[in-house]
Design a protein around this ligand. Sequence first.
Ligand code: M6R
Length: 606
Amino acid sequence: MCGIVGYVGKKDCTQVLIDSLSKLEYRGYDSAGIAVFENGGIHVEKSKGRLKDLEEKMKKDGRPYGHCGIGHTRWATHGEPSDINSHPHGNKRISIVHNGIIENYKVLKTFLMEQGYGFESETDTETVAKLLDYYYNGDPLDTITHILAEIQGSFALGIMFRDFPGKIFAVRKDSPLIVGTSEGENFIASDVPAILKYTKEYYLLEADEIAVLDENEVKFYNVHKARITKELQVANWDIDAAEKGGYEHFMLKEIHEQPTAVKTTISPRIAEGLPYLEESGLSTDMLKGYRRIFIVACGTAMHAGLVGKYVIEKLARVEVTVDIASEFRYRNPLIEPEDLVILISQSGETADTLAALRLAKDRGATAMSVVNVKGSSIARESDIVIYTHAGPEISVASTKAYTVQLSIMYLLAFELAYAKGVISKEKCMELTASLSEIPEIYENVLELKNRCQFIASKLVNADSLLYIGRGLDYALSMEGSLKLKEISYIHSEAYAAGELKHGTISLVTESMPVIAIATQQDLYDKTVSNVKEVKARGAKVFMVCREGVEVDEDVADYTICVPSIDDLLMPLVVSIPMQLIAYYTSVLKGCDVDKPRNLAKSVTVE
Ligand code: M6R
């Protein structure tokens, strides 16, 4: 989704804005622009395409030079990607950048047109710019509070008024915005990586709070224009975490970071060999008191929830419902105050997941989130937060965020099962010990890189693929399939292996490769029977199985053998080859691995 940055200080502002925007590229965008105070006016440059297109354009138009400005990467929602629709929007005296959606923009636009305003773009953002101009009375704070009372929807706004050179104004509601601060310079940004090169210190802007920045200080106001004080945050990520560090792509780097990410996530949550989640505010008594559990999330995070459901139900015998967040609130779910609703989100900003959280709280349930980004909206609004410690995930395709989410699902399941007396202390310790082995096992799994590259070379020309599995292997198939399609643009579907013959097997031909995941020992023979069914129809079969398992030639054409661990934990192991296969297929196809087309990292609109 859109990325916002702003800088005021002594440096060449254009350089800082471009640099900071480049750190937000992962969010997904199709155009970019900046506005810089220059020679008593506001110099705006914007362009469809990538940041390099903007830089090319500036070579022709003239590159703004100044020390205060705002910048934007746009992910089109209202109006196609074009120079005109790109941000900043405004006129000679006001310039704005916006992330989010103004839901009542049509009403506002009609009103403004009646007042004589003309519009050149198709965006909702231009309405905000014109509304600011309409209310502008020489007092920016007053003007901003006026529009806050009128605009509906989600927004993070960076604003400059020509009459106030050297000042940036910022306000947000439901779209993220932070205010970075350092000696003699201050920043606004949609996310921490944008400012890490310059500072680790920042403030989290809350809904309807207004920040006013100049090079010397940042002041915060509430909607009544009263000064407020805010707590300074310090990022625990360093700049290296947001750089490629010698890898060709962020995705590959992030795949390799999984041993550390999982270790850092689980280590503080294990005490005396048992899961320990109290530091997050989740006591054993609370955990066993919930009537039912709902897990709500989107995409990869939802797939982590599916594994969670399987493991919690199997071990703790507690009913778990998993929902896609965009469906959840529209089905009027039967949530009661005794229920626990778990929201899983890497970014902590996903609009649908945030809406599900609010619904859960409205119904009186306990909302617990599993979130990677500190201080994100979902984290802030949850009753209980369990932070995953994956570090910044830049590649749009989620990898390390998924495995740390899985790790938390396991800890929860183990603790709940033990608290409910369904498993013994010894069994709980045994499972926890197995989970602790994962970081080490990962070092071996990563050795499968060449094998996965080879498998990718066999898949790269396919038009369509099937991923099949049973039980936990089916849950993992869904994630494998999503990973492949989102970055390689090869169509694929995940199917429960036993369900194929109820329709989908009619698609199977020699040109439809099948990736079969068969790591669950109790289901192995049944999965093999299903694999034989597709093999008999000509499919090339790529089978993922445990090391030591003999796979007959009449079952699979190619195998990927992964280290063996407790059945329940196998999704953690298999996720890495699934990520690597998708990665290498994407590379071989020449796709933009880290920034796949049409996708955004943080989906802050419904
Ligand atoms: O930030 P979130 O975890 O809430 O994001 C949810 C999904 O948008 C995300 O997992 C998406 O499916 C990934 N790009 C998949 O790799």
